[in-house]
Design a protein around this ligand. Structure first.
Ligand SMILES: Cc1cc2nc3c(=O)[nH]c(=O)nc-3n(C[C@H](O)[C@H](O)[C@H](O)COP(=O)(O)OP(=O)(O)OC[C@H]3O[C@@H](n4cnc5c(N)ncnc54)[C@H](O)[C@@H]3O)c2cc1C
Length: 340
């Protein structure tokens, strides 16, 4: 690991303003930049691999008391950025009112990681593409902009089929972020220029022409909290994850579904898909098929097909559209059968 300086901040304000350096955006390689350290379960790995090369870390762990409150009100769920994944996964109100949130976290990583990792860090985790994480591969537009993409013709079984480009086919690996985007969440952010709110739909960027730029956070901006509005759909919700092992594995495909079902008709539905796209993915196409229709398994299958109608596959991931569609159908059937 390369040398870096280390500083601890006791509050969000101190983290953002307490350095003479200009903190760098945490979504770039970070050569020479100052970045925030939360649980460190992603950042330190990437530094050891020499993929991330920040010059300075600001440890925000001491701000835990300020930034880890979980608050469920009638209006919605507010989660401090430093709340541990395990704390949110085990929270009674979250399990009752937002089961899809709890399940996405319970199925992520391992118990040890969930005890260490923060919610904001979870959102900002980076792709597991091996051509990105292994610096012996020369071509990775995410790691070295303009160098190319070795995954296009390489081992691309885990790669994305939606929101990918000729510059990058890496998939976004996290679970919870797909729920967050489906439930129309938002992050509260504090930066050198003040506070602002970013909708989950606008936080992550698709690969496009600039795969190295992954989020719309500005340099030095700290996520302070995550917010999810409540609605008639949030209780009837579930997360289904398909993976190579039943635990401690990233999703091959996953589906987050929240549904407002009235007398057998889908009044509203929110759908997030994981393991299949270059960013946390909300499927407007699948939602449109279901909304306003009497629910049936045939309708769920049509929604699955619609979700992947625009998929672009490569040599090793041609199975993903079908598996992704079946994963969505399973999640829809599960949610339809729930008693709420
Ligand atoms: C072996 C393994 C398996 C895993 N499996 C899964 C899985 O199945 N599903 C899943 O979803 N995840 C999985 N993960 C990812 C894991 O959930 C993340 O590593 C973790 O959530 C990151 O949180 P952290 O607090 O440790 O973040 P850190 O590593 O501290 O930070 C991650 C990034 O976020 C930035 N950052 C952190 N907090 C803030 C903030 N408040 N504001 C702005 N920037 C910030 C950091 O600068 C850094 O760039 C796995 C990880 C490992 C190592």
């Amino acid at each position: 690991m390369r040398a870096f300086t280390y500083q601890s901040a006791g509050s969000a304000q101190a983290a953002v303003g307490g350095t003479s350096d200009k903190p760098g955006s945490s979504d770039k390689r970070g050569d020479g930049a100052t970045v925030f350290l939360a649980g460190g379960t992603t950042l330190l790995d990437l530094m050891k691999l020499d993929v991330s090369r920040p010059a300075a870390l600001i440890d925000i762990g001491e701000a835990t008391q300020q930034l880890s409150v979980i608050e469920a009100t009638a209006a919605g769920l507010r989660i401090g950025a430093l709340a541990k994944m395990s704390a949110v996964a085990n929270d009674t109100a979250v399990n009752r009112d937002y089961p899809v949130v709890a399940q996405s976290l319970q199925m992520a990583a391992s118990a040890q990681l969930r005890n260490m990792a923060s919610m904001a860090g979870n959102l900002l985790q980076r792709t597991r593409c091996s051509y990105f994480r292994d610096t012996t591969w020369a071509r990775c537009n995410k790691r070295v902009p303009g160098s190319g993409c070795d995954a296009l013709e390489g081992m691309n079984r885990l790669h994305g089929v939606l929101a990918v480009s000729e510059q990058c086919i890496a998939s976004y690996p996290g679970d919870f972020a797909n729920v967050f985007v489906a439930l129309d969440g938002s992050v509260e952010v504090l930066g050198p220029r003040g506070a602002r709110t970013i909708r989950a739909a606008n936080l992550h960027l698709a690969s496009g022409d600039s795969p190295a730029v992954e989020t719309t956070l500005h340099p030095g901006e700290l996520i302070t909290a995550l917010y999810i509005p409540s609605g008639p759909h949030t209780r009837r919700s579930a997360y289904v994850k398909v993976r190579d092992r039943q635990s401690y594995a990233f999703a091959l495909t996953s589906a987050a579904v929240a549904m407002d079902l009235q007398g057998g008709t889908v009044r509203d539905v929110r759908i997030g898909l994981g393991g299949v796209a270059g960013k946390p993915w909300r499927s407007a196409e699948a939602e449109a098929v279901l909304r306003g229709q009497p629910f049936s398994e045939a309708l769920a299958s049509r929604a699955g097909e619609a979700a992947f109608a625009r998929a672009r596959t490569r040599e090793h991931n041609a199975f993903k559209p079908q598996l992704g569609a079946l994963t969505l159908v399973r999640a829809l059937m599960q949610v339809h059968g729930m008693e709420v």
